[in-house]
Design a protein around this ligand. Sequence first.
Ligand code: SF4
Length: 92
Amino acid sequence: MGIFAKPDLDIDWQEYSNCLGVDPDLFFPERGASTREAKDVCRACVVRADCLEFALQNGEKFGIWGGMSERERRRIRRQRALERAAAAAKTG
Ligand code: SF4
């Protein structure tokens, strides 16, 4: 998949991506199109967690990363923000 990394982010895991050589368009489906095929590739990927974390930290807004859609990643980011806020409220 065509991943564009910021220079300071670790991307060594990409060498082990299950999507190497797979058509990148599969991971950036048109709005409303099925994400199933991409998610099937991700499901068997050994670096899935790294990929997802990269997308979350890099604020990737488009495409399937770590087997998750933009909407699914947004939910995780929201959840993490809530957890951070709760932790900050406890300490501060
Ligand atoms: S989780 Fe999916 S998008 Fe990420 S590296 Fe693996 S196959 Fe590619």
